[in-house]
Design a protein around this ligand. Sequence first.
Ligand SMILES: [Zn+2]
Length: 384
Amino acid sequence: MVSSRWAGPRARCRSVLAEVIGGVVSISHLTIDTGSCPGCRDQTGCRVWEVIDLKERPDLRSELAGGAWLNLRCDRCGTTRERHHPMLVVHLSPEAPIVLAVSDETLSTDDPFAGHWDLINGTYDALGPRRNDVPGPVMLAPFDVVATAAGRDVAADVTSAGAIAVPGDAEQARRYGVFVDMLRDSRAERRVNLALNRLLTVFAVDDLRAAFDELPELAGPEVRARLAEEVPRAQNDEARLIATARVELVRSATEGRFEEAWERYEERLLQLSRQHVGPRVNDLLDQLRAEQRGDAHRAIELGEEVLELFRYAWTQSAAHVEALMLTAAAYFSASGPDIEDRLDRVIALCQRAIDVIDAGLDDPEEQASMSSERARALLNMGAA
Ligand SMILES: [Zn+2]
């Protein structure tokens, strides 16, 4: 599965790409709040934040807390109107990792989440492995409550036993109190999700011990029940193997048998790579190469599928770089109206290729047989 095509010409690769790349694709972004101005009937709309990741943009916290964003001002006549477009706030607080802020109008509908799942799921996709720090459930809050929350220590309010004193008017305090109560009610579920996510960042026996120390929920019955549910739900042998490995890992670790748990987990990893992942990567890569001068849209599908696998194994391989570049080329040559999105993807893929090359490629000889060391993240597949 290893090609030397991208292992060598590092200098050429960099010189072409360095010019195209501005930086890492960010989570926070603006959009247009459509609607006509009540003053001049202008239909242009206003630029508003659609997603704000406060870990990525801590500078936006004071802007959020200030609340000026609750009203939009027409560029032409200066008339203000209320914001309508929803906003996803990521990392508002460890106790409110992901919040969908909506208008009161949206909040009063039967399903305030309707129409917003693409935004939520798209943001989770863009977060990649960082999504593990942002466990659900996604919380819903009206705009003004999110403004209040941005200016407060939400975690302290959620975990405090007594009543919380919020400055400002009584109605504002009452609405924020409702949000804090919702966070308290969903806390157990969020902690279990966080614990399950934490399992995905375990790459060695010491990580496993640290995870159990950090999150006592891992040793709790809810986590074991959630993992056990996955086994009968598995759609195929591969998914069943992954689900079973997780159940075994947590069961043994809960009983304090960490070494034994990890040894067995690594055996499962090797089984998984030999029987399932390795053959699948090779097959997809062959198809992707064959589609190089064929159907670009088909090549994009194949490329995205194989790149998903490279997130977990053979990350530092020349084959990974090849898959990134072939997929970027497919996005570049595909036809269709969504050219800006495709170019964004080309840039992101090229940046990843550079990152892989910069981190140093593994020796191709070693890649022939995948060691448990290299494969240890494989069981993360199929999760989330
Ligand atoms: Zn206007």
